[in-house]
Design a protein around this ligand. Structure first.
Ligand code: ATP
Length: 259
């Protein structure tokens, strides 16, 4: 399941615009890594290169390598759809299919992958996914009601259930709590800590307390000015990034002296 991500000298473009330059980073299995940095430094852009979502935008492309357990996602002949199965993604705004039942939402990723399921297998997967996302007890009596009827925090956990039901190796999360209240945020943070037993997790967050609560490693990205590419400035244990960063830029950012 959980796999190592190794990125070598990655440049990320939107057409001619170099948005992120020269990222080299290794992310170990069964860890949570937080990406932090000011708005526009390319955290989300870089995150989306880890499952080939970036290239969905016309003109968007990369140079360099992203290896998952040694296999380059960008090698010739690799199917991006298979990559996205292996590397799941949870977005800032929960995006369940609102009129689809809770049950079918959990299975939606599998069905997109053309898996045919018996009713019994489907029931087992739904329970497993919802338990994995800490949502089972809250929804087990209303599995056939629409996903859109859940609270924001429940919808986000439903999206996590959908993401883990396809058995990915890596889970990418782009500000998964930014639309949530503090209680729902803590529920997701607890869940992230549990999920790291099974997955390699990368989370983009603007909330530095959240980064220090949930992550083992933190990567600080920065940008020298408008129109310049974002760069990875420092990557280390989260305690070191927040307690004793080696670069002044990092220290200024984590201590709030940025800008
Ligand atoms: N679809 C796009 N087309 C062209 N440029 C884009 C696109 N999306 C993002 N960019 C540019 O790429 C750069 C990095 O943006 P990105 O959203 O990755 O930064 P971020 O660090 O995640 O920011 P935030 O914290 O505000 O979400 C910015 O200059 C942004 O304007």
């Amino acid at each position: 399941m959980s796999k190592r991500i190794e990125v070598n000298d990655l440049n990320v473009y939107y057409s001619d615009f170099l948005a992120v330059e020269g990222v080299t980073i290794t992310i170990e299995p069964r860890t949570v890594t937080a990406f932090i940095g000011p708005s526009g430094c390319g955290k989300s852009t870089f995150l989306r290169t880890l499952n080939r979502m970036h290239e969905v935008i016309p003109g968007a492309h990369v140079e360099g390598e992203v290896l998952i357990d040694g296999n380059n996602l960008y090698a010739a002949g690799v199917d991006p759809v298979m990559v996205r199965r292996q590397v799941g993604m949870v977005f800032q705004r929960a995006n369940p299919f609102p009129t689809m039942s809770i049950r079918d939402n959990v299975l939606a990723g599998l069905k997109l992958n053309n898996r045919r399921l018996s009713k019994g297998d489907g029931d087992d997967l739904v329970e497993k996914g919802l338990r994995g996302a800490n949502l089972w007890n809250e929804v087990k009596d209303r599995l056939n009601l629409p996903g859109g009827g859940l609270s924001g925090g429940q919808q986000q956990r439903l999206c996590i259930a959908r993401a883990i039901t396809v058995s990915p190796d890596v889970l990418l999360m782009d500000e998964p709590c930014s639309a949530l209240d503090p209680i729902s945020t803590l529920a997701i943070e607890d869940l992230i800590t549990e999920l790291k037993e099974d997955y390699t997790i990368v989370i983009v967050t603007h909330n530095m307390q959240q980064a220090s609560r949930v992550s083992d490693k933190t990567a600080f990205f920065n940008i020298a000015g408008t129109g310049k590419p974002g760069k990875l400035i420092e990557y280390n244990d989260t305690t070191a990034i927040f307690g004793s960063p080696t670069k002044k830029e990092t220290e200024d950012y984590v201590s709030g002296r940025f800008g």
